[in-house]
Ligand binder design. Sequence first.
Ligand code: FES
Ligand code: FES
Length: 165
Amino acid sequence: MSDTSLDIALTVNGERVNERVEARKTLVDFLRDDLVLTGSHVGCEHGVCGTCTVRVNGEIVRGCLMLAVQCDGAVVETIEGLSDNGEAADLQAAFVARNALQCGYCTPGMIVAAQDLLNRAKDSGNVPSREAIRAHLSGNYCRCTGYQAIVDAIESVAQARAGAQ
Ligand code: FES
Ligand code: FES
């Protein structure tokens, strides 16, 4: 197999990054292996489980389905970024308060996906229903099956954020 590597320049969690990467390396492997941002997890590696969810140019993507080289020039945000800037602090606190994590493997992807839903809800002026929360998270699997508590946590933050507007 040929070893083709390319230079890429992107922004990750607000910092400029210049790296040489193998053309076939996935975004999530690049984040974890090259940048040591290990909050994004690897599960199914074929776009089903959602544990690798990150934001690229403001849209959530599967980090296992995107190549790092496709992110040349992009703005990438991971759970570390959403944690450090406080964007997801209330979601993280609600997950703890509602016991919405057991092993925690799915949690980073759940939080990134939930934050995407709540951002969309804010833009539209709606408070997402439990059904809407379940639908938005339908691509994020929790192998510990803690879905009820996860929806409880997200619903509580949705209502709190709506009340604070
Ligand atoms: S590891 Fe990417 S969707 Fe499962
Ligand atoms: S808390 Fe274990 S996979 Fe969700």
